[in-house]
Design a protein around this ligand. Structure first.
Ligand code: FAD
Ligand code: UDP
Length: 377
């Protein structure tokens, strides 16, 4: 019998887990390592021992997608419960609804506009001189105007990214819709939900295959590469190369826990848009499982700050000035034939879970297709 080909996967987040499973199904022998003490990467969830609330340890994760294949993939590992993310925002001492919708506009301006009137009104106050917005600030000025920009985006964005919105690309703001209806769903996707048993359970099931072994508390050392036929690396791309072209910029987060009886803020997410409030948001985790009831509550204040070595790199910043450095890393990575750089950190891109899973499935398909060509030739 032919010996199984050996694969090493660095990182047991969604990227690593999905690649592992798809290759295990093709009879590869897969070892997954992670330096953390648990699987599931930043999507890790666990039940709090005191309250029994499902806590999203590295910040709340809501699954939303238009991708049919990905939706059916995750649903094959757990039941997804109905959940719609409806975010509230505190600004200038008042509470509003986000994303910017007809309710936000009417409340903010003290008006009773209908959809068309609101459209006309925002068009009036928006900056018409901007034709092709490049920066976050230009995008905001063009589509919502100065007042809403300063009330909801300027302070929050400075706290979140540690930069002036002028220095950030417009793509960050493009993630959020602006609506001239009362629809306050934070996302536009066809499917949205929360896994009944949490994300850790899903990743555990994905990894549950006879051809997969998982090793936790295990930091990757490149000297093991020679023991494997191929390595899929989902850690930071600059770290792999010892930052030889420079250090890519990330943002990290600090979470301050709040516990109390009953409800703390009465909703899952409250953003704090004023620059003077040091945190960006407070999340109340029992509201991410609306089908459950809990007498106590647990919340987290979220503080964003510059990443330094040893912190968790939560967000790739992708400043315009980093582009040249990133390109150098991508070029050397592309030239590797036994190592593939995958996932959010391996590609240094902002990727939601659905995109992460779709890309992992694509990576495996491409990998297998090349192997088949090699075997035939
Ligand atoms: P990760 O989850 O980061 O996993 C990478 C793993 O590699 C980690 O476990 C790490 O420990 C390990 N690793 C790194 N280097 C090494 C090494 N040298 N040796 C061993 N192991 C290593 N997406 C959504 O769809 N909806 C949301 O609501 C949402 N909210 C988010 C909120 C926050 C605060 C953040 C930061 C992200 C959010 N995301 C959300 C995105 C989501 O977290 C990512 O899509 C997903 O985690 C990407 O999976 P990954 O496996 O690529 O990376
Ligand atoms: N944002 C903001 N105010 C808010 C919510 C979002 O300024 O109340 C900005 C912020 O820069 C954020 C971006 O809009 O990074 C995209 O919002 P999203 O909710 O997707 O945030 P992220 O996933 O980056 O935390």
């Amino acid at each position: 019998m032919q010996e199984k080909k050996k694969i090493l996967i660095v990182g047991a987040g969604f990227t690593g887990a999905v690649i592992a499973r798809e290759l295990a199904k093709e009879n590869y022998e897969v070892r997954v390592i992670d330096k953390r003490s648990h699987i599931a990467g930043n999507c890790y969830t666990e039940r709090d021992s005191d309250t029994n609330i499902m806590v999203h340890k590295y910040g709340p994760h809501i699954f939303h997608t238009d991708n049919e294949e990905v939706w059916s993939y995750v649903n094959s590992f757990d039941t997804f419960m109905p959940y719609v993310n409806r975010v509230k925002a505190t600004s200038g001492g008042k509470v509003y609804s986000l994303p910017i919708n007809l309710f936000t506009i009417n409340q903010f301006y003290g008006k009773t506009l209908n959809p068309q009137e609101a459209r006309n009104f925002i068009e009036e106050i928006a900056d018409k001189s901007i034709t092709d917005p490049q920066t976050f600030e230009e995008q905001a000025m063009k589509f919502i105007g100065k007042d809403l920009y300063y009330a909801f985006f300027y302070g929050y964005t400075k706290k979140q990214w540690g930069l002036e919105p002028k220095e950030l690309p417009s793509s960050i703001l493009k993630r959020l819709p602006v609506r001239f209806t009362y629809d306050d769903n934070y996302f536009n996707h066809k499917y949205q939900g929360m896994p009944l048993n949490g994300y850790k359970k899903i990743v555990e099931k994905i990894l549950d295959h006879e051809n997969i072994t998982v090793e936790l508390n295990s930091d990757y050392d490149q000297s093991v590469n020679s023991q494997f036929d191929h390595v899929f690396y989902s850690g930071p791309i600059d770290e792999y190369y010892d930052s030889k072209f420079g250090t890519l910029d990330y943002r990290t987060l600090d979470f301050e826990e709040i516990r109390s009886e009953g409800d703390f803020q009465g909703t899952a997410v409250m953003n704090y848009c004023d620059a003077e409030v040091p945190y960006t948001r407070i999340t109340e985790h029992k509201f991410f499982s609306p089908w459950e009831t809990h007498e106590k509550t647990i919340c987290f204040k979220e503080y964003s700050r510059a990443y330094k070595k040893g912190d968790i790199p939560y967000y790739p910043v992708r400043q315009v000035k980093e582009k040249a450095m990133l390109e150098k890393y991508l070029e050397v990575a592309e030239a590797e034939d036994k190592v593939s750089f995958v996932g959010r950190l391996g590609s240094y891109r902002y990727m939601d879970m659905d995109v992460t899973i779709a890309e992992a499935l694509k990576t495996v398909r491409e990998f297998l297709a090349v192997k088949q060509v090699v075997a035939l030739s």
